[in-house]
Design a protein around this ligand. Sequence first.
Ligand SMILES: NC(=O)c1ccc[n+]([C@@H]2O[C@H](COP(=O)([O-])OP(=O)(O)OC[C@H]3O[C@@H](n4cnc5c(N)ncnc54)[C@H](OP(=O)(O)O)[C@@H]3O)[C@@H](O)[C@H]2O)c1
Length: 505
Amino acid sequence: MKIGIQQMSKFMIVIFGGSGDLTKRKLIPALFTLFKKGTLENDFFILGVGRTSYTDATYRSYIEKEMETYIKKDPADASITKEFLAHLFYLSMDPAAKELYGGLATHIDTLTGEKETNNILYYLATPPSLYGLIPLYLQSVHLNREGTRIIIEKPFGSNLAECVALNKTYASVFHENQIYRIDHYLGKETVQDILAFRFANSIFEPIWNRNYIDYVEITAVENIGIELRGAFYDSVGALRDMVQNHLIQLVALAAMEPPAIFDAHYFRDEIVKVYASLVPLQEEDFNEHIIRGQYTASKDAKGYREEQHVDPESRTETFIAMKLAINNWRWQGVPFFIRTGKQMPTKVSEIVIHFKQTPHSLFNCGPHKCQTANTLIIRIQPNEGIIFKIGVKEPGSNFTIKQVDMDFSYNQIKETPITDAYSKLIEDCIHGNPTLFTRSDAVEASWCFFNPIVNYWEKHPDSPLHGYPAGTWGPLESELLVVDHDAKWTNPCKNLTDSDKYCEL
Ligand SMILES: NC(=O)c1ccc[n+]([C@@H]2O[C@H](COP(=O)([O-])OP(=O)(O)OC[C@H]3O[C@@H](n4cnc5c(N)ncnc54)[C@H](OP(=O)(O)O)[C@@H]3O)[C@@H](O)[C@H]2O)c1
């Protein structure tokens, strides 16, 4: 059963953490987009909840100011902004104080002028320590009514036990179809395009398997450090921040079987099957199959340990490269190499499918090592698009093969600008469509795979952690990870031979 917005009734969005960073940077711009689009119509209320003291008026002024920073300027928006702000309200309350939830229920009734509406969407944008409490406190005053929905930000637990406990709590308060575990990666147009590309083009499906694909590479890296998020990041690290959620979802989309029907149930079944097929890593393989790195100072940037609010002896990883194997008919023997990192030379997220070489090489490739295998790059950000690398004959008397790009950029579809991930996902939730949200069994299946790794690192804090100078492609060891398969990361490390710059920490 779908639970969606009831158009006839008043609609309330309650944001716990309404005074926070996520709210101003992502949620308000997304809700503004939905307002402009008409998804949010006249009778809706956005209620920010937090301990910071605001009145409705001062909250509106604060949000108006932040909108100037976080929303692209458009002179036509001025009057719409005023209209939008009139839908904003604020309640000063500590979301960790159970006794204050009666007041929240009364406030919702007063604002809507309705008794016990169930047309409510809760958004949990607080520190994760509150994710297990808020649903119970909502339940204590019957704010978990049939028909309400709740969006929970990542991380949904920081290990398997916490994730299972959270799932139990939520299942005791809401039905699964009311629960929307958000990972904004899945809201990105280009991430969804992986599905369209695979399942709307018949030519790729016959070759999308171990017979034609040599290896798959998935990269999501950034060229900035942790900025002001030191306290948060130092307790989390790259595996929990990026790999256990974003990267593994990209693996699932690249590897999944076509669902029988494109709906929430069948689509999410296929995701869970991929997670269940990941070959668990054994402890003795950890150091060989997982490369952890931490950025060190370079001439332009501080090292991680010098960042604000970071332990000067921190062993938190800011880089991970991993080799994964998927134990099923389609992917037997095809490695999936994934990596993420901070302070890399550029910001890029992409999936690279490396097809096998032709069985017999007929032509020359010039003076360099022959690179005739086809490569398909699905670029998620920036310059969203698809690049297919093919070999062509170089003009001239010789038969020399050169690789060229056939490329498609999303900018070419000018008439439909790319929708922002948060507005897409919040709209889906409003319409009661959970397809692109993570189901309880998926988040547990993902943790089942990663939990032994985080446990091992906790038990063995001296596990190898390799330094890499800020602005490089990560530790040298990550190159060695792929070399056994005769593979190569698509962005080669600039300083690969500069061994002085790499050190064991
Ligand atoms: N920021 C992002 O870009 C981003 C991206 C993906 C996921 N997330 C997730 O979204 C959630 C919110 O992120 P955020 O960056 O907005 O966090 P944040 O700014 O640290 O916290 C959000 C709000 O929660 C309230 N809060 C903080 N500590 C609290 C406590 N101990 N008890 C009760 N309330 C507390 C604060 O408001 P008051 O002090 O007014 O109560 C704060 O404004 C986090 O779980 C984060 O992991 C964030």
